[in-house]
Ligand binder design. Structure first.
Ligand SMILES: NCc1[nH]cc(CCC(=O)O)c1CC(=O)O
Length: 312
């Protein structure tokens, strides 16, 4: 491992994807670091890194495939010593980190729900028979079809602005985006949050993680105070579920943990891509059982789906 600690007094280099959402998230991490340590803005340098997921705009993400589409290049930059910390949407992070890297902090989770966005209809259930919905997410596609097999789902990629233009041009009647992303972008488009019993969010949706080299004590000391223990707990359950199902972005699945008082609730589901089959389950337990709940839920759904459920 070629970690090159920055010289004393050099700014901490914050690596991020260059998309507007990623930059907004990196600036949030920077603001929190400044506040936590009473440091000036100049103590940090934002470094945008282009990832495969950003570079390939003309093909469905599920087709490019593989894990780490939005994270691999950031992690390589950490290994190479070009950046000191990497800021991720935890939704995009593989369940097993490369040796030598650690996820040191999760910021307090924002709204984990999906938003329904349409100029003409108030909610998903208001969509008329046969309406066209744009999404690039296998999960949202499968969930939409499971609830409304009559809908026509078309591939929709690009940033929020691009998608809104496509809606205006009538390419589709509605689309979905994460509420958290819209809020962080300060988007004029608000969308309507979809109840989680209508559309269960992606594992870790709305959560931001900060990763460092595992041996970079300086960076770890700076980043550790940013960790929100509740968010880390929720992600422990959700990411155990994802790991046990070996979920990649090719697999339509959803999982959400919630903490009420000292009671942890987990819900998970797996779907066939066409929405024709869906298996769902729920658990309640103590916070200490977070990981076991996720693993156990995954085992139940894997058995319910049977062999080949995740085959194309
Ligand atoms: N896969 C892209 C991605 N990764 C994280 C978010 C939203 C922000 C979040 O979930 O924290 C998005 C966009 C979206 O799904 O609308």
């Amino acid at each position: 491992m070629s970690s090159r600690p920055p010289s004393p007094g050099a700014p901490l280099r914050i690596g991020t994807r260059g998309s507007p959402l990623a930059m907004a998230q990196a600036r949030e991490v920077q603001r929190r670091l400044m506040a936590a340590h009473n440091l000036p803005e100049a103590a940090f340098a934002l470094t945008a890194i282009r990832t495969t997921g950003d570079a390939v705009q003309d093909r469905p993400l599920s087709e490019i495939g593989g894990k780490g589409l939005f994270t691999k290049e950031l992690e390589q930059a950490l290994f190479d010593g070009r950046i000191d910390i990497a800021v991720h949407s935890m939704k995009d992070v593989a369940t097993v980190l490369p040796d030598g890297l650690s996820m040191i902090a999760h910021l307090p989770r924002a709204d984990s729900r999906d938003a329904f966005i349409s100029a003409r209809y108030a909610t998903f259930d208001d969509l008329p028979e046969g309406a066209t919905v744009g999404t690039s997410s296998l999960r949202r596609r499968a969930q939409a079809l499971a609830r409304r097999p009559d809908l026509k789902i078309i591939e929709f990629r690009g940033n929020v602005q691009t998608r809104m233009r496509k809606l205006e041009e009538g390419v589709a009647t509605a689309t979905f985006l994460a509420v958290a992303g819209l809020k962080r972008l300060g988007s004029a488009v608000e969308g309507v949050p979809i109840p989680t019993d209508v559309m269960l969010p992606a594992v870790a949706q709305g959560a931001i993680g900060v990763e460092t080299r595992a041996d970079d004590e300086g960076a770890i000391r700076l980043v550790a105070p940013l960790d929100d223990a509740e968010t880390t707990l929720l992600l422990t359950a959700e990411r155990a579920f994802l790991r046990a199902l070996d979920g990649s972005c090719r697999t339509p699945l959803a999982g959400l943990a919630e903490l009420t008082g000292d009671k942890l609730r987990f819900r998970g589901e797996i779907l066939r891509p066409d929405g024709a089959h869906r298996h769902a389950t729920a658990r309640e337990g103590a916070p200490e059982e977070a990981e076991a709940m996720g693993l156990d839920a995954a085992a139940e759904l894997r058995a319910a789906g049977g062999p080949g459920f995740f085959d194309a």
